[in-house]
Design a protein around this ligand. Structure first.
Ligand code: LRH
Ligand code: MN
Ligand code: MN
Length: 426
């Protein structure tokens, strides 16, 4: 389905009077609004290829119809999102769920939709039908060298696919670990994993990055071999300057202070990027900002006002992996992704309102109340008209979900693809 600019303009025209009233008010209230709008326009978040269908749980899957049947259709879906919000200008592939059989054509199609290829993701957490050896007891950590080699070769293969598409980074997430005390020699598992990662790292092109994603539990429930940011950071620093830690918001033990983790990773120059989602219990993969938007804002506050090791400002959007990693069972996946992107933009915009100088002064004088007032004043500001204005100026829809529904996009996709289609993914 292709949505023309005329249709978006007509949709915007109908909402313009109301938007203007709200934006004029916000503009008067916001210092430096033009700068904020430009930063919002420049910011892009990648969409994962595995979130375009309804996600499964081990208890069932309820596909909503019209799901993309191929990589080409996934790219078309992300193109559609980008057309509506002009903030989803990249796609991240998971291999072998999405293998680009003709990379040139895939690249051309993506370019037609204004999309770049973000990090490519390897998968050694499942056995594939044609695979010789099993990952039942881990991949890069495995006690069996031949299994480790198979997993290393897979990662190198993924890098090759990424090179063909113009990706610049590889994300490695391992389910490696153990389910029972005594099962694993932690140290050997770490050393095997490091050695395997070193071989993968050696295959990276010079302008690539390696993101090491950590996760506290699941599918292993006693230990994870990349279980937290400390372990990820250890691997990343031993690997070298092209290796970084990737923070998936759902991969922590309950109540972890993620914003503090982000701050310290930035201090060390080792923050690689994010998998944005939200959760109440574990790796729930819920819509970004749906459970704890304050935490999301606090993370963005660190991102926006934190600095790299040499005090260089942290530039959002330049070489970092900004990605959504959310998918679930009951919403239209495209509407869900529009909500996630909007939540990210709102948090980013709110963080740009924080007067970092005043905040630092309050901190230096131990004025706890003032510090909290500054932070919460930004968080409690309704920045939605500013985010909408950024979309409008970028040529996107004032209300992406509104137009998605007005145009009955899902019904059109069901008409094109059928009711019983199931996208590859979890
Ligand atoms: C693991 C994870 C990781 C995978 C994705 C499918 O929980 O977050 O990023 O690649 O889910
Ligand atoms: Mn993830
Ligand atoms: Mn996850």
């Amino acid at each position: 389905m292709i949505i023309s600019q005329n249709i978006i303009d007509d949709h915007n025209a109908k909402q313009m009077a109301k938007h203007k009233t709200l934006f004029d008010f916000a503009k008067n209230e916001t210092e430096g609004v033009e700068k904020i709008i430009q930063r919002l326009i420049d910011f892009q978040v990648a969409i994962p290829s595995w979130a375009l269908g309804t996600g499964g749980t081990r208890f069932g899957r309820f596909p909503g119809g019209g799901e993309p049947r191929s990589l080409e259709e996934k790219i078309e879906d992300v193109g559609l999102l980008h057309k509506l919000n002009k903030t989803s200008g990249a796609i991240s592939l998971h291999i072998p769920w999405d293998i680009p059989t003709s990379p040139k054509e895939i690249q051309t199609l993506a370019a037609q939709h204004g999309l770049a290829f973000d990090a490519v993701n390897s998968n050694t957490f499942q056995d594939q039908p044609d695979q010789a050896l099993t990952y039942k007891f881990g991949s890069l950590q495995n006690v069996n060298k031949a299994i480790r080699k198979q997993a290393i070769d897979h990662n190198i293969e993924v890098i090759k696919h990424g090179i063909d598409l113009g990706s610049k980074s590889l994300t490695v997430w391992l389910s490696d670990g153990s389910c029972f005390p005594g099962q694993l020699n932690f140290r050997k598992a770490f050393e095997n994993t490091l050695e395997s990662l070193q071989e993968i790292y050696a295959a990276l092109p010079s302008d690539w990055k390696l993101f090491v994603e950590y996760k506290a539990f699941e599918p292993n429930f006693y230990s994870m071999t990349v279980g937290d940011w400390g372990q990820s950071h250890l691997y990343a620093s031993k690997l070298g300057e092209k290796a970084f830690t990737l923070v998936d918001l759902g991969h922590h033990l309950p109540n972890a202070n993620i914003e503090q983790i982000v701050s310290l990773l930035m201090m060390e120059g080792k923050l690689g990027g994010f998998h944005f989602n939200d959760s109440k219990y574990g790796d729930d993969d819920l819509t970004v900002g749906s459970i704890n938007p304050y935490q999301l804002f606090l993370i963005f506050n660190e991102l926006t006002h934190g600095t790299q090791p040499n005090n260089a400002p942290f530039e959002l959007g330049s070489g970092f992996g900004w990605m959504i990693d959310a998918s679930h069972n009951i919403k239209d996946p495209l509407e869900d992704l529009l909500q996630s992107v909007e939540a990210i933009m709102v948090a980013y915009a709110q963080s740009l309102l924080v007067d970092s100088k005043a905040l630092e002064d309050a901190r230096e004088s131990n004025d706890v109340v003032k510090a909290q007032e500054i932070i919460q004043a930004a968080y409690r500001t309704d920045v939605r008209p500013i985010v909408a204005e950024a979309r409008l100026r970028a040529g996107a829809a004032l209300s992406p979900i509104g137009i998605f529904r007005d145009l009955k996009v899902r019904n059109v996709l069901i008409g094109e693809r059928g009711l019983k289609t199931v996208a590859t993914g979890l």
